[in-house]
Design a protein around this ligand. Structure first.
Ligand code: CO
Length: 291
């Protein structure tokens, strides 16, 4: 499940063989793991490593580089606000560089999504089961339909107290869908239009988005499944970085505080093996076009 890299520099270059192997593994649902790739927090930025800056109503502090937007924070002065933006922007730029040099196949097609910073301890957070990321799931966003685009995410542990992030990863996408296929139901006629009209979704919720959300919710709601699903615990120590297609790799975030996360979107036609995409697998198993 894990391809490990010796990389310790965000500007590192990779051989064609390494690039191809990384691409193959990523699209199979494996995790690309960089145990020595540390994201440096400057001394004056240590101030931000404190849960008090996070808005308790939000799961993360979020930043969008192309929209120059920062949200999910509280009680920051204007100067602090700008400094936090600079930190998150630096992370977004470094991760973009890494993804482009390691995965040049995606180079022209990649779009940059949000940058997130979570200073709170995950296991302390009380939430509804749908929002509980300690349960195995594939990523799917209720308000932000992906239309089949792949969700590529890069994470880095910046815990200043030496604490690891503990994740659980489970079985391949196809195996999970097989177990939940009978539970999936069609959307109510016209519901995608209503959701869009009410601005509950930022764009039209396709059938693909509908089924991915159902899968996400049904997996999280099924306690028996959560207990019995095969899985492996992975420990990500501070100073480590990892990357995966989170719409395809079943994952649960068991424990961890202080993490940076960068989201990218990759269109299916930019993939090397589009047949491995959740869209293709779902369309084959349901016997219909979903986008
Ligand atoms: Co997730």
């Amino acid at each position: 499940m894990l391809q490990t890299f010796a990389t310790c520099n965000w500007n590192e270059t990779f051989s064609t063989d390494t690039q191809e192997e990384a691409l193959e593994n990523l699209e199979k649902g494996h995790i690309l793991y960089f145990p020595h790739l540390r994201f440096e927090i400057l001394p004056e930025e240590n101030f931000f490593l404190d849960p008090k800056h996070a808005d308790p109503h939000a799961k993360n502090i979020s930043y969008h580089s192309s929209q120059n937007k920062l949200w999910g924070v509280q009680r920051l002065t204007d100067t602090e606000w700008i400094k936090l933006k600079i930190l998150l922007d630096r992370f977004a730029q470094k991760t973009l560089k890494l993804v482009k040099t390691l995965l040049p196949h995606y180079f022209n097609e990649l779009t940059i999504g949000r940058t997130s910073f979570r200073p709170i301890q995950l296991s302390d957070r009380k939430s509804s089961y749908r929002k509980d990321d300690k349960l195995l799931h594939f990523d799917a966003f209720p308000s932000d339909p992906s239309h089949g685009k792949r969700i590529l995410r890069l994470f880095t542990n910046i815990n200043p107290q030496g604490e690891a992030h503990i994740w659980r990863v489970s079985e391949p996408f196809e195996n999970v869908v097989k177990q939940f296929l009978a539970d999936l139901s069609e959307p109510m006629p016209g519901s995608a239009k209503i959701l869009r009209f009410l601005r509950i979704t930022k764009s039209y919720r396709t059938l693909y988005d509908h089924y991915m959300l159902q899968l996400h919710d049904k997996m999280k709601a099924n306690r028996e499944y959560q207990k019995s699903a095969p899985g492996k615990e992975i420990i990500f120590p501070p100073g480590s970085t990892w990357m995966m297609l989170t719409d395809q790799t079943s994952h649960a975030l068991m424990k961890g505080q202080y993490i940076l996360e960068q989201t990218f979107y990759v269109p299916i036609n930019a993939m090397k093996n589009p047949v491995q995409s959740p869209l293709h697998i779902l369309e084959t198993m349901l016997g219909q076009r979903l986008v």
